[in-house]
Design a protein. Structure first.
Length: 630
């Protein structure tokens, strides 16, 4: 087989000039670089932290001092945004799914999220369990029973009549559409881009690092800082919306247990304050492993409650409903994805209350969830990562929503009190469990699960924001972590105050407004991710292999007819495997030039792993995922 020898240059070039490769290593032979093998110097990014903190504190002060003003401004901006940019939210969700399916089934699917030698740190079962735990939360309880019931009674415009078998399946398909592949496609996009950037390209764990292939060194300047600030703001508002929902749902449970007549915003703020104390204790006490065990218990209780409803609810009906709802979701996916302003004002109103809020919520959660699943996915191939990240958690959530929603709809059909559409979303959950066995204890379990979701979500999201404001430090200063956590609580309070009597309105409007600009960031990230993959060492090797075999077959036929075989030898100029590829281009080679803590070039031997100046890496960085292999 004809191919270039040595550094893959034509023989005529080898004698006259030497290629300039970092560390004398061809870009197709680099095994990959992990961020923890780099010599990074971390510290608080005063620009990112200072500007973002000032903006957030100013917003909180405005919201607390004049919630009506915030409500008025956000409502006006929200109406404009839904009319003029609602399409963008739909578009970015399709971009997430499309990008990850393309990567999974393309030549990039075999590329590892790590070096060539890296193997997965966790068993597949543990990996999926942790991934699922990162992407669910209070929403499975807040919307699980209520959303399918709402769509059953009042289906989306231009679909079916309410309270019919058709609306039953339409309701579940719409709920699955909101909670399934669309959300996890975006999580996979951000998680995959971050994992690849950190564990294959050796960049610090920042959202801006994933744009290196497009912006080059500008990612370390204003452009990169702006991206990281937008990521922090999106995470703040997205997580604050979750904390607000948690407070509303916990408040409903407290009302039921205490027998109180009404839960006011003051009581909700008190609940947030109490749970915030729990978050601060978990952040500063160093009990992160205990919080992690508590989180695992929480996931087990959540799945246990879903199983409990399945067994004690209308089991036979649910067994029939599960496959039907899944197939209906698949059948109606493109139709639901195509709804926009062109369908009229009723559709826009529906999108504003449901679909756009969910899309905004998932977009705002992508930095948080993406960074978490990136840390636990090291060593997986992109094909396995993309397909499992999108498929398995989506299917589990579809099961949960079918069980909760199908049970609530059955109770409506049986004329059970509280299921005629008059109850609030948070009431439907407790109404459902009140008609099942063991109701004397299930409210307490529900409140416990919701409270732990609040604390663990706040804790994890605060660490992520601390990392993003500390130059990618995986173990940011605890005071910074607590600061961001308190900012989340402040935003949650503003959201509740802004919503007035309808607290959910404030949560929805502000989340959507913040997510729209970050949607543009995600679209550009998809482009940068694919461009990064196009110059990956494994992709370069595949390119050379394809060209070498094609050239060798042509040459064999030209020179020997049917009687030839492939062998390795220098090729004539212009016929080598890399003849059309510039292996010395800066965008192909710059990324693996090793540097010291000050950014000065240092020679490195990829074969032995030794630095020319004698530096050796320390033991495992604090802040890495702390979990045992199964």
């Amino acid at each position: 087989m004809s191919t270039n020898s040595g550094n893959n240059l034509p023989e005529s070039q080898e004698s006259t000039e030497e290629p300039h490769y970092p560390h004398d290593t061809h870009p197709g032979l680099v095994p990959g670089i992990s961020v923890d093998a780099q010599r990074n110097k971390f510290g608080l990014d005063k620009t990112v932290f200072g500007v973002t903190a000032a903006l957030i504190l100013a917003f909180i002060a405005w919201g607390i001092s004049s919630p009506d003003s915030v409500s008025s401004v956000s409502s006006t901006m929200f109406s404009w945004a839904m009319t003029n940019t609602g399409w963008l939210l739909n578009f970015v969700m399709l971009i997430g799914i499309g990008t990850m399916l393309y990567i999974a089934f393309s030549r990039y699917g075999r590329i590892k999220l790590g070096t060539d030698e890296d193997e997965p740190e966790f068993s597949r079962f543990s990996w999926i369990a942790m991934m699922f735990g990162a992407g669910i939360g209070v929403g499975i309880f807040f919307f699980g029973p209520s959303e399918p019931l709402w769509h059953y009674l009042s289906p989306p415009p231009h679909t079916v009549e309410g309270s019919t078998p058709e609306s039953l399946h339409q309701a579940l398909a719409q709920s699955h559409f909101h909670w399934g592949l669309s959300a996890w496609g975006l999580y996979a996009l951000v998680g995959g881009a971050l994992a690849y950037s950190s564990y294959r390209r050796g960049r610090v764990t920042l959202i801006s690092s994933t744009f290196r292939s497009l912006f080059g060194e500008k990612t370390e300047g204003i452009a990169g800082r702006l991206i990281d600030m937008m990521a922090i703001i999106a995470t703040l508002f997205g997580t604050a919306a979750t904390l607000g929902l948690s407070a509303i749902q916990v408040g409903q449970g407290v009302q039921i247990i205490s027998g109180a007549s009404e839960i006011t915003n003051n009581i909700l703020i008190a609940i947030i304050a109490i749970l915030t104390i729990g978050f601060i204790i978990s952040s500063v006490s160093g009990v992160s492993k205990g919080v992690r065990y508590l989180s695992n218990l929480n996931i087990s209780l959540t799945l246990g409650l879903v199983l409990f409803v399945f067994i004690t609810g209308p089991t036979l009906f649910l067994l029939n409903l599960i496959p039907s709802s899944v197939l209906e979701y698949g059948s109606e996916f493109l139709s639901m994805a195509g709804k926009s302003l062109s369908w009229g004002e009723e559709t826009i109103e529906f999108q504003a209350g449901w679909t756009a809020f969910y899309w905004a919520w998932w977009i705002a959660w992508t930095p948080f969830v993406g960074m978490f699943i990136a840390r636990i996915s090291r060593g997986r191939t992109l094909r396995e990562f993309a397909l499992i990240t999108m498929a398995i958690p989506s299917f589990i959530l579809i099961l949960a929503f079918t069980i909760f929603g199908g049970t609530a709809i059955t109770m409506n059909r049986e004329n059970v009190d509280g299921f005629d559409g008059s109850s609030s979303k948070e009431q439907v959950l407790f109404d459902m469990f009140s008609n099942l066995p063991l109701y004397s204890i299930t409210p307490f379990i529900l409140i416990f699960v919701l409270a732990v979701f609040f604390v663990t979500s706040a804790d994890s999201a605060s660490v992520v924001m601390g990392t993003m404001s500390s130059q990618g430090n995986p173990a940011p200063n605890k005071l910074i972590v607590v600061f961001w956590g308190l900012c989340m609580m402040g935003i949650a309070v503003v959201m509740l105050l802004t919503g007035g009597e309808s607290a959910l309105t404030g949560l929805q409007n502000l989340t959507i407004l913040i997510a729209i600009p970050f949607a543009l960031v995600l679209i550009v990230m998809a482009i940068a991710f694919i461009k990064d993959l196009s110059t990956d060492p494994a992709a370069i090797r595949q390119r050379y292999a394809k060209a070498a075999i094609s050239n060798a077959v042509v040459r064999g036929l030209e020179e020997h007819g049917d009687d030839f075989e492939l062998s390795i030898e220098p090729a004539e100029e212009g016929r080598g495997a890399g003849a059309t590829f510039d292996s010395t281009a800066d965008h192909v080679t710059d990324w693996y030039q090793r540097t010291d803590e000050e950014g000065n070039d240092v020679d490195y031997d990829f074969t032995t792993g030794k630095w020319a100046d004698g530096w050796t890496p320390e033991s495992t960085e604090e802040g890495e995922v702390d979990a045992k292999k199964d």
